[in-house]
Write a new protein. Structure first.
Length: 249
């Protein structure tokens, strides 16, 4: 059994009377992709925000390994190994692909006492950026200004920026959004490769992609989990079919 690297225990988030996430528990194991699916408003992105530290929980706990990180800030969680991407591209368009990755690496390995060292002379951030670009297939585009990338390449770059921070856990919010078939397949292949050495939470609306790549699937409706298990179990779950999947499975 793979080791659990991130765990949510009975996590909830309430906005006054709105129960955006209610009593959700899930585990992210190393070498696995755990997909979270659900209709718009199901609470998927809110759950990612709770795990990454962007939002505080109203109840429950979040554990990174054996460490209770429930009260930890987002920067602390990032330094401890949690990386995330967003639904919309979140890259620095005027910078090159390499500069974007190097900047992300510098944020995770800060050297405030090296005030006279220029970015290009920081060996650690340079090595991390180059490794991240190689893993995501963007090495040939390293000197390209990010504004000139295709939509799919920008999504790849965002994943590369996450990898440059050396995370053990990846929280990916709709990384295939807006992609065509070829770009989607490249991203799926990247996710399969990243499975090795990471615990991945994938929020995605493309059901074909989810069932092609996920090791485990959790289904949310109105902030709560209605099913969780292997893809075959979820596909055959009658409650899931009624609430979400319908005839497409």
């Amino acid at each position: 059994m793979n080791e659990i690297w991130l765990r949510a225990q009975n996590v909830s988030r309430h906005f006054c009377a709105l129960r955006a996430v209610e009593n959700v528990s899930l585990d992210l194991a190393c070498h696995e992709i755990h997909a979270v699916i659900g209709t718009n408003g199901a609470g998927k992105s809110t759950l990612i925000n709770l795990l990454s530290g962007e939002l505080p929980v109203s109840a429950g706990r979040v554990l990174l390994g054996e460490r209770d990180i429930t009260a930890a800030s987002q920067p602390q969680r990032a330094r401890w190994g949690i990386g995330r991407s967003y639904q919309r591209n979140n890259v620095f368009l005027p910078l090159t692909v390499f500069e974007n990755c190097r900047l992300a690496a510098q944020m995770s390995a800060q050297k405030p006492w090296h005030i006279w060292e220029t970015a290009e002379h920081c060996r650690l951030s340079t090595e991390r950026a180059e490794e991240a670009l190689e893993r995501t297939g963007l090495t040939d585009a390293a000197r390209t200004v990010a504004a000139g990338l295709s939509h799919g390449q920008k999504r790849q770059l965002e994943v590369a920026m996450c990898l440059a921070t050396k995370p053990s856990v990846l929280l990916l919010d709709e990384p295939l959004a807006g992609m065509g078939p070829e770009e989607s397949e490249r991203m799926l292949e990247l996710l399969r490769n990243l499975r090795h050495g990471h615990a991945i939470l994938l929020v995605e609306h493309d059901m074909d992609a989810v069932f092609a790549v996920a090791d485990r699937i959790t289904v949310m409706v109105n902030g709560s989990v209605i099913a969780s298990g292997a893809p075959a179990e979820v596909r055959d779950n009658e409650e899931v079919q009624r609430a979400y999947l319908g005839e497409q499975v």
